[in-house]
Design a protein around this ligand. Structure first.
Ligand code: MLT
Length: 249
């Protein structure tokens, strides 16, 4: 069973978290009004301790489709942060009829380079031997800007620590093997909000600019004072952009 936060009333947004994170990374987005916020912890992350084996990005997308079915949601705006964005592309491929809008946060449409892929498999071996500590510590400095307050860094670390080794290795493998989604972008017919932290070094602004240019109904918002977790570090500004976007969906 997945752990799912389901709060608020209005047009549904399904918020899919990034790696190695959990639904709590969207805790500040609960302040967005007139919206039903559906926030799952993906298998092996946060409080979802479901067994995870080998999963593909399409499998994660199917988990989201099942969640929509279960909760009687026909169509939703789907928001994805980083790996959550990769799942959004799988959803757009598998079940475009379930989407009423897309919010792509600090993500990219391209597949891993060969080098990045190798790095993922090396990380899998490391996690199997030593646990998630080293992967977490190598990612943490890239998540927030150096100016982020220490309490924020601690909270992000805490959210990351809720990840299980099984969840982390499954996600690393799925990310390494994900297909390139570039050819999908011109066919995305729903309104799309592309958000990126100006200081994001994992999925830099150039990625967001390229996606926004290729998706017909896209709007790009670059967020100053944010790195890879724009929605967390600059929640107020992102919430404003999302609330405005929701009036167009
Ligand atoms: C994420 O935040 O989900 C990851 O950084 C994505 C990635 O490693 O490609």
């Amino acid at each position: 069973m997945l752990n799912v936060t389901d709060l608020g009333q209005g047009t549904p947004i399904v918020w899919i978290h990034g790696f190695p994170l959990a639904s709590s990374i969207y805790e500040h987005q609960l302040a967005i009004k007139r919206t039903r916020h559906v926030m799952p912890d993906l298998p092996g992350f946060g409080q979802s301790r479901s067994a995870v084996g080998n999963l593909t990005m399409d499998d994660y997308a199917r988990i989201v489709i099942d969640l929509l079915d279960h909760r009687g949601i026909d169509r939703a705006v789907v928001a994805g942060l980083s790996m959550g964005g990769y799942i959004c592309f799988a959803l757009a491929r598998l079940a475009p009829e379930r989407l009423s809008g897309l919010i792509l946060i600090d993500t990219r449409e391209t597949a891993d380079t060969e080098e990045a892929k190798k790095g993922r498999y090396a990380s899998i071996e490391k996690v199997k031997k030593e646990g998630i500590g080293s992967v977490m510590e190598s990612m943490l400095p890239k998540m927030l800007t150096p100016a982020a307050p220490p309490e924020m860094k601690e909270r992000v670390r805490e959210i990351m620590t809720s990840s299980s080794a099984d969840g982390v290795t499954a996600a690393l493998r799925a990310m390494a093997e994900r297909p390139d989604s570039s050819s999908l972008l011109p066919g995305i017919a729903v309104p799309t909000l592309v958000i990126v932290g100006e200081e994001d070094s994992i999925t830099p602004p150039a990625d967001a600019e390229r996606m926004a240019a290729a998706i017909p109904k896209a709007r790009l918002v670059k967020v100053a004072g944010a790195a890879h977790l724009a929605n967390y570090e600059q929640a107020e500004e992102v919430n404003k952009a999302v609330a405005g976007f929701m009036t167009t969906v």
